[in-house]
Write a protein that binds this ligand. Structure first.
Ligand code: SF4
Length: 269
């Protein structure tokens, strides 16, 4: 495992000889020590749209008809995929998309990777995280022993915002029920949100990414453990932060290890 991990660390641009406790950002440094758990009640959202939020910041009220309001969401993968592909809740996005991008991966995955929204290539191919950012994400996952096909990958938005603009609040509000339903179907042990947009929308906060990294958050009524890291597209632009991303990945891996060992029970982590 070390050899393959090291190969992917090379892809990540991580210098293996660099001391892992280099104090680049001590406040958010994540080693294999016990995870820092973010206070609950901030950034915990209802997991399924049909269930009212019991605690945490409320989901922003949708400005238009939400996907959920059109009817109950399918309780199976193929039905949900059909509902997503037929969705027209966002006036602009449903007209400008080539296709919806439902998500891809192992339906029994214990890790759910959550990004922001499809880009141009994802919109063309109908799959999240393809192209250079996707290759880097694959390398990041492999660095912690996770082949892409072993996880599930989805986005906050299932349609590409034109010009890669940020998702609008009403679009996020429209589309989040689909992601929540994906989480309900998958029941992952761990969520890994990549990038500021995914993190802020999952946690219903405008806190900067630097304040969200390095802590164990929880999402939804099931309080699924949630870890935050950088978006691979950002890391391609800012390779100096790859080492911090590696810290995040180690933190996520250590958290998952504790969950798998029963040391951190979901809902009680
Ligand atoms: Fe529907 Fe989501 Fe696409 Fe909006 S972004 S049209 S809610 S699938």
């Amino acid at each position: 495992m070390n050899a393959s991990r090291n190969a992917y660390l090379d892809v990540l641009g991580i210098d293996r000889w660099v001391p892992r406790n280099a104090p680049e950002e001590p406040a958010t440094s994540m080693r294999d020590a016990a995870p820092v758990v973010a206070p609950r009640g901030e950034g915990v959202m209802a997991s399924i749209a049909a269930v009212p939020a019991s605690r945490g910041a409320p989901v922003p009220a949708p400005a238009s008809v939400s996907a959920y309001q059109r009817g109950p969401l399918a309780a199976d993968w193929s039905g949900l995929r059909e509902q997503v592909s037929a969705c027209t809740a966002c006036d602009q996005l449903c007209r400008t998309r080539t296709q919806t991008v439902f998500g891809v991966g192992n339906p029994k995955a214990e890790w759910l990777i959550i990004g922001e929204a499809p880009g141009a290539e994802e919109d063309r191919q109908g799959e999240p995280f393809v192209g250079r950012a996707g290759q880097l994400l694959n390398a990041m996952l492999l660095a912690i022993g996770l082949p892409r096909e072993s996880v599930f990958i989805a986005n906050i938005l299932k349609c590409r915002p034109p010009g890669n603009r940020d998702p609008r609040p009403e679009e996020v509000s429209n589309c989040l029920p689909f992601l929540r339903q994906q989480i309900a179907l998958l029941q992952p042990k761990l969520l890994l949100a990549v990038g500021r947009i995914a993190a802020q929308n999952l946690l219903a906060t405008d806190a900067p990414l630097a304040r969200l990294r390095g802590k164990l958050h929880h999402f939804g009524d099931a309080e699924t453990p949630l870890v935050i890291t950088y978006h691979p597209a950002y890391l391609l632009r800012t390779p100096a932060d790859k080492r911090k991303a590696w810290d995040d990945l180690k933190f996520a891996r250590a958290t998952y290890g504790r969950l798998a060992a029963g040391a951190l029970a979901p809902g009680n982590a």
